[in-house]
Design a protein around this ligand. Structure first.
Ligand code: B12
Ligand code: SF4
Length: 426
């Protein structure tokens, strides 16, 4: 078996408070590799103080050097990839995560990168650790005779077949400092919102069983560093199978696993047979203190265009229901979509105003400017407006230099009222 090093590279901008989560993707891959007998180590440039020293020491003794890369991590991931090849020229450099998944061919063309994993990384990295040839590993892009080859995808990962998170694989200092315990009970989402990574990648909803979730929570309860900490179910959509969600919440109460927790929910689930008063009350009793909603817009035209399948009235109702049960409702908004008019954006401001007037408990995130991902209908409109995505990793890295977020509104050809969008972005 090859030795695997999993790296969360630093972001382009160094900030102190990254304690709300860890790279759950890397923990999941590490857990799966360890379970299958592969020697693996996670290191985190976002959160470990002496990261560079650890990196140099670990690279020297690893065979597969794997980077998890969001767009804002490209510049550091490139620098570290170059350093890794210098320290250990025989190592293989593998990139995975959001950015390489959206741009696999462009990413693997880079001279420092040997292969890119598209989507979930567990199966591909296990195959690579077993020494399989690139051409025989599903779900990767690699170089072949001067060209780029993209292999067919593997069967979708089934979370039910995955081992429980092995927290020992996460650096201890990170767990000590975490302010919010990250956990995951499902992958993907069945909805069709055109701007969203899940809809674009056709990430079908795949759950873990109630027993697995409760076993995960039992382990979390037994770890001293998690004592008295809040928990987040980082699911894209915790509530798809409502009977499963209800059984988890009941199980938490029955087995003494209640603790403050938060997750994401859709506004149109609230008040229906899915998340009714009875369930909201039980959720509150099991510790639910915050529900996070993608509200996106106050304009029905925009909501319809992005296929969000909700209405502003449902958003207001969801807020009222949460407040009734003493749960904080948190809403995120977007502006600057292709075709969005100033009047649409004003409706978003109006809705935000209505929400905050309901209670000072209501939390608003954004509005953030919309950023296009390839493969979506909206991306096509952005390209038609004359915009084009950067054509190399270096160009991406330059574009997001000193940016907290990927891409600046001033470069968005499709946005007509750039000043207005920028003034709304928080
Ligand atoms: C949890 C989360 C976070 C956490 C932790 C992230 C981390 N890596 O440390 C926190 C809260 C810190 C975070 C922060 C941000 N995030 Co975030 N985050 C997420 C979220 C909601 C879930 C990710 C997750 O844990 N999923 C569950 C795990 C199991 O899946 P996964 O991470 O995708 O990992 C799997 C695969 O991607 C793959 N994989 C991942 N890494 C690697 C590496 C290798 C080598 C391989 C082979 C495979 C592989 O295998 C994994 C296991 O199957 C995603 C949305 C999403 N659906 O992906 C956004 C997302 C990743 N975040 C995003 C963004 C933009 C941000 C922020 C920049 C937002 C902001 N403006 O502040 C910040 C970045 C920090 C900063 N500069 O402030 C974007 C990335 C877009 C992009 N183009 O890169 C996403 C996709 C959301 C979106 N907008 O659609 N985030
Ligand atoms: S409901 Fe949320 S996670 Fe699901 S497709 Fe829409 S935005 Fe994405």
């Amino acid at each position: 078996m090859k030795r695997v090093l999993l790296i969360n590279p630093p972001f382009n901008i160094v900030k102190d408070n990254y304690d709300s989560s860890i790279s759950v993707g890397l923990l999941s891959i590490a857990t799966y590799l360890d379970f299958n007998g592969v020697p693996v180590k996670i290191i985190d440039g976002v959160r470990q103080k002496n990261f560079l020293e650890i990196f140099k020491a670990e690279v020297a003794k690893s065979d597969l050097i794997c980077f998890s890369v969001m767009t804002m991590q490209i510049s550091q991931a490139l620098e570290l990839s170059a350093l890794a090849k210098k320290i250990n020229p025989r190592c293989q450099i593998i990139w995975g995560g959001a950015h390489p998944t959206f741009f696999p061919e462009q990413t693997v063309k880079h001279k420092l990168i040997d292969a890119v994993v598209i989507g979930d990384g567990e199966y591909a990295i296990l195959d690579l650790a077993k020494g399989r040839d690139f051409k025989d590993v599903k779900g990767i892009a690699h170089k072949q005779g001067g060209a780029v080859a993209v292999n067919p995808p593997p069967a979708p990962l089934d979370p039910k077949t995955m081992p429980l998170f092995n927290w020992r694989l996460e650096p201890g200092e990170i767990l000590e400092n975490l302010s919010l315990i990250p956990t995951l009970t499902s992958r993907g989402c069945p909805h069709r919102c055109t701007f969203c990574i899940n809809a674009i990648l056709k990430n079908k909803w795949r759950p873990r069983t109630v027993e697995q979730v409760l076993a995960d929570l039992q382990i979390i309860k037994s770890q001293p560093y998690f004592k008295n900490k809040k928990l987040r179910f980082w699911d894209e959509n915790f509530f798809v199978d409502i009977n499963r969600a209800k059984a988890i919440v009941d199980g938490m109460a029955l087995r003494g696993l209640s603790r403050p927790w938060e997750t994401t929910v859709r506004a149109n689930y609230i008040g229906t047979a899915m998340v009714d008063d009875d369930f909201l009350e039980k959720m509150k009793r099991s510790g639910c203190y915050l529900l996070s909603f993608g509200a996106e817009s106050g304009s029905q035209i925009v909501l319809d265009k992005i296929k969000k399948d909700i209405t502003p009235e449902q958003i207001i109702y969801a807020a009222k229901q949460c407040l009734k049960h003493d749960i904080i409702p948190q809403f995120s908004f977007m502006v600057g979509l292709p075709g969005e008019l100033k009047s649409d954006m004003k409706l978003t401001l109006k809705l935000i105003d209505e929400l905050v007037k309901l209670s000072d408990q209501v939390q608003i995130l954004g509005p953030q400017a919309f950023r296009p991902y390839p493969g979506s209908e909206l991306y096509g409109e952005c390209v038609a407006s004359g915009w084009s995505a950067p054509d190399s990793l270096e160009a991406w890295s330059n574009l997001v230099k000193n940016q907290l977020n990927y891409l600046q509104v001033k470069n968005f050809n499709w946005v007509k009222h750039k000043d207005f969008v920028e003034s709304m972005e928080t």
